[in-house]
Design a protein around this ligand. Structure first.
Ligand code: SAM
Length: 285
């Protein structure tokens, strides 16, 4: 039995699994300088963006990802003013970061301008904060941008990248992580999307813990959250602190003080719980 042409499917071959969505129309198809960018209308999940055949986001569940990539780190930091987002070209993470009134500047550096232009056209709700005077959108290689960043100039760095192949490969390496740490002020925090706890707990999450530790981050912790449209339906982000407690929540309390759909104070605490089979990879002892 196979799905007909009205279904999009993303197989994860090594795991013998696929995620599928019923699609109703292809809205966009572009070979950019870096990747194959497609946008579809789906039957029940709103719009779907793919890069090189992999799901980047759907209208229906992207809020979970964007909120969990930004709010835990921004609330763990006592006073996040200057934020850098590497990747994140759909602008959803930028929108969440700018919900924090204390943030003075949020710079997004994506290698591929075509992703942002497509998001402006097909996911305008994610781009609502692009005209905020605190936002700066650059189109350049994030590895190079961070290598050239001023030391001690940032409070939070969020790496909202594609999978660690192709242009994003360097974003998972130790030299890049060292440069991120150097660019952070003391007390600064970095966040890296770190793939599926079920499929990549040792190969990516465990390796990232080792690399962040080698790069000089003194606390490294992984949080998890559901994400139905990513392989396995369950995703992770790994945080590293430069002399910071990456799990702290300030101010204490249940609500963030602005509108969210997934994140709140209870989710913040619960997300850092390490499942038994992940404890080694997550450095939870
Ligand atoms: N986290 C989502 C996922 O896992 O499917 C990805 C969202 S976001 C659209 C990923 C972005 O990272 C893409 O727009 C891509 O262009 C960007 N990217 C990949 N490598 C990069 C690099 N070296 N520097 C800056 N941006 C990069």
């Amino acid at each position: 039995m196979s799905l007909d042409e009205h279904w999009f499917s993303e197989p994860l071959e090594p795991e013998g699994v696929a995620f599928s969505l019923r699609v109703t129309e292809k809205l966009h198809d572009e070979r950019t300088a870096y990747q194959h960018l497609e946008v579809y209308e789906t039957a029940r999940w709103g719009r779907l963006m793919l890069l090189d055949g992999c799901v980047m986001l759907t209208s229906r569940d992207n809020f979970i990802y964007h909120e969990m990539m930004s709010h835990p780190a921004l609330f763990a930091h006592p006073d996040p003013r200057d934020v850098l987002i590497i990747g994140g070209g759909d602008c959803g993470t930028l929108r969440e970061v700018l919900k924090h009134p204390g943030v003075n500047s949020a710079t997004q550096v994506d290698i591929d301008e075509a992703v942002t232009r497509a998001s402006e056209r097909f996911f305008p709700e994610l781009c609502q904060a692009n005209d905020d005077p605190r936002a700066r959108l650059l189109f350049a290689d994030g590895v190079r941008h961070v290598a050239e960043a001023r030391p001690d100039s940032l409070d939070v760095v969020i790496v909202d990248s594609t999978d660690p192949v192709g242009p994003a490969e360097g974003l998972f390496g130790e030299p890049f992580l060292r440069d991120v740490r150097r660019a952070l002020r003391p007390g600064g925090i970095m966040v890296q999307q770190s793939e599926s706890p079920l499929f990549h707990s040792e190969s990516i999450i465990g390796a990232l813990h080792t690399a962040m530790g080698n790069a000089g981050f003194d606390t490294v912790r992984t949080l998890t959250f559901p994400l139905p449209s990513y392989p396995g339906g369950w995703w992770s982000a790994t945080l590293g602190g430069k002399g910071a407690d990456v799990t702290a929540r300030r101010p204490q309390g249940a609500e963030p003080g602005f509108e969210t759909r997934y994140y709140n104070g209870e989710i913040h605490a619960a997300a850092f719980a390490a499942p038994q089979f992940c404890r080694g990879a997550f450095g939870a002892g």
